[in-house]
Design a protein around this ligand. Structure first.
Ligand SMILES: [Zn+2]
Length: 417
């Protein structure tokens, strides 16, 4: 008994897909449902891989629409941090459920999350049915005296994530950034993550000030500093990387870390630069795209961000041939990095995929990938399947109204409290 999609379009022909457990059991022309399968008729739909959001703070849906159009530090210090101090597990749980709802609706099947109360986020991910790496955050204000406490808190958070999570929500570490975490803690994270075989996520080179601060304090650039701390390996996701120079990109490519660019958040917070995509790609850096948190985006619709990424790159390079649609599609589906990669659509691979409405106005006529990147938004997604389970069918998600209502209640309480 599994899930079967019949007569769906893939590469110009009608195919069937059968999922057993969390995997694709069969895919191709002539693949039919078996007795007892849940069956989805694929007429008018096209099969594409699920999208991978490489960097977000999902529960920040709670902040959506509350504090826009402010400079970064004013936004953080006056609007975000005071509220975050009051947040409970339940606030993060519902904030993350709302994010999952939006991601399911817009075609994201897996995401990389960094936020407080990460065990509550892990529980939300499991309940929503998505996949995620939910990471234990670590900030010690770059004060080695606070390192021991911050590391033991991160370790405790990791144990709580493991307890609350399951096959879908996997644990990781999330030291916040080089300007907010001491060398002592960064080295501890590198060793602990290596011992446990879990990934690490960190913000890097988001602003020019961060690079200048790193040069002044350590006499080297941010990626070099992270390498010195042992954090530039294959299990690390570097979010942003707007100001990485060629020597840093070469080092990152050599060490195998993945850089996730967040074009919309960078533009909304006006960091003043564009991720050096062409130079990173030429050097063989593993790459992905993220939305960043919905407090600074404000959406989690990765197809919308794919277009912004492509346009920002073309515009900055004054070259329309930069970031062509098929490359952007690779990034947005996780195919630009083994670490992010959600796996290919093939028997034995994870049963994570989308059925998009092939007849939607935005997808007609012309090349499907070009239309998905340049013309569509997440509204073309009809069905979202994760780990062999249809989380959305025909645009309907079970329990969606309750998730919106509960999150609204929690946000109201936080902002009025
Ligand atoms: Zn971020």
């Amino acid at each position: 008994m599994g899930l079967a999609v019949t007569g769906v379009e893939l590469g110009g022909q009608a195919v069937g897909v059968r999922c057993e457990g969390q995997r694709i059991a069969a895919l191709g022309p002539g693949v039919e449902a078996e007795p007892g399968d849940e069956v989805i008729a694929g007429d008018g739909l096209a099969l594409v891989p699920g999208l991978v959001n490489g960097h977000t703070h999902a529960a920040m849906t709670l902040f959506r629409g509350y504090a826009d159009d402010l400079p970064l530090m004013e936004w953080l210090e006056d609007n975000i941090w005071p509220i975050e101090k009051r947040m409970s597990d339940d606030d993060v749980y519902w904030g993350t459920r709302l994010a999952c709802l939006e991601m399911i609706r817009t075609g994201t099947t897996s995401f990389w999350d960094m936020y407080w109360h990460a065990h509550a986020a892990a529980r939300a991910v499991e309940d929503a049915g998505l996949r995620a790496v939910t990471a234990a955050p670590l900030i010690d204000d770059s004060d080695p005296a606070k390192s021991e406490r911050a590391c033991s808190d991160a370790d405790r958070s990791l144990a709580q994530i493991a307890e609350a999570g399951g096959p879908l929500a996997r644990p990781g570490f999330a030291p916040h950034a080089i300007y907010s975490v001491s060398e002592k803690s960064l080295r501890w994270v590198a060793e602990r993550a290596e011992d446990l075989g879990i990934p690490v996520q960190i913000h890097v080179s988001e602003t020019r000030e961060e690079v200048e601060g790193c040069l002044a304090e350590y006499g080297m650039r941010p990626a070099q500093w992270l390498d010195r701390c042992g954090l530039l390996g294959r299990g690390t996701v570097l979010a942003h990387g707007v100001w990485l120079d060629d020597s840093e990109l070469e080092l990152i490519a050599e060490r195998g870390a993945t850089v996730v660019t967040n074009p919309v958040a960078n533009m909304k917070l006006a960091v003043g630069g564009t991720f050096p995509y062409t130079r990173a790609r030429e050097r063989g850096v593993a790459l992905g795209i993220g939305t960043d948190g919905p407090g600074s985006n404000n959406s989690l619709d990765l197809l919308a961000d794919a277009k912004v990424f492509a346009l920002a790159q073309k515009h900055a390079a004054a070259d329309p041939a930069v970031a062509p649609a098929h490359e952007v599609w690779e990034l947005v589906t996780g195919a630009g990095s083994d670490l992010l990669g959600a796996g290919r659509l093939e028997p034995g691979g994870p049963a994570d995929f989308l059925l998009v409405r092939a007849g939607a106005a935005e997808l007609a006529p012309g090349d499907l990938v070009a239309n998905l990147v340049y013309a569509a938004s997440g509204s073309v997604v009809d069905t979202t399947v994760v780990a062999g389970r249809a989380l959305m069918r025909g645009g309907e998600i079970e329990g969606a109204d309750e998730v919106v209502a509960r999150t609204r209640e929690h946000a109201d309480r936080l902002f009025r409290g």
